[in-house]
Design a protein around this ligand. Sequence first.
Ligand code: VGL
Ligand code: ZN
Length: 198
Amino acid sequence: MAEEALILIDVQNDFCPGGALAVDGGEIIPELNRRVQQFEHVILTQDWHPAGHSSFASSHPGKSPFETVAMPYGEQKLWPDHCIQGSTGADFHPQLEWTKAELVVRKGFRAAIDSYSAFFENDHITPTGLGGYLRERSIRHLTIAGLTTDFCVAYSALDAIGQGFAVTVLLEASRGIDLAGSMAEMIGRMRGAGVTLA
Ligand code: VGL
Ligand code: ZN
């Protein structure tokens, strides 16, 4: 029988108040904990960058966070240093009850390329392995929530649809960065691709 899974995207301290790239991530923790209880299978992603990662503005002299640079794989938005491997900022929010999670997918660990999506790096070619893992386990329906709505949640949802999964995104259990209209744009793209927005 087709199985379903809950995928929580990047519910990490650096995306929560006080963190390096903070959105209102703390607000959604109680709702995420309720969802974790409801699902049999829970998977987490963890943004996991080496120090000096190429997505950090600090790695590009003269550039500031939220500017864009051309990378060999396309345009890349630059961010404040965040989610550095082993740092407190990269830890999951302390109130997130994630003990039962069956898999933690780390992404963004290659210095030269960023990865918003849980499925592919930002070249849209290099897989994380999650698609194969889910298929092998006969998981066909994904419910996705977390941080941030307009980047890692949205790109994960779009790639999941592209991989043939049925996808629901829990907007009320997600929070976005909203740079230059990115919330409206990415919600529109998700709706257009056939993501169920709940
Ligand atoms: C994210 C920007 C940089 C996210 C990760 O989790 O949405 N955004 N790295
Ligand atoms: Zn990142």
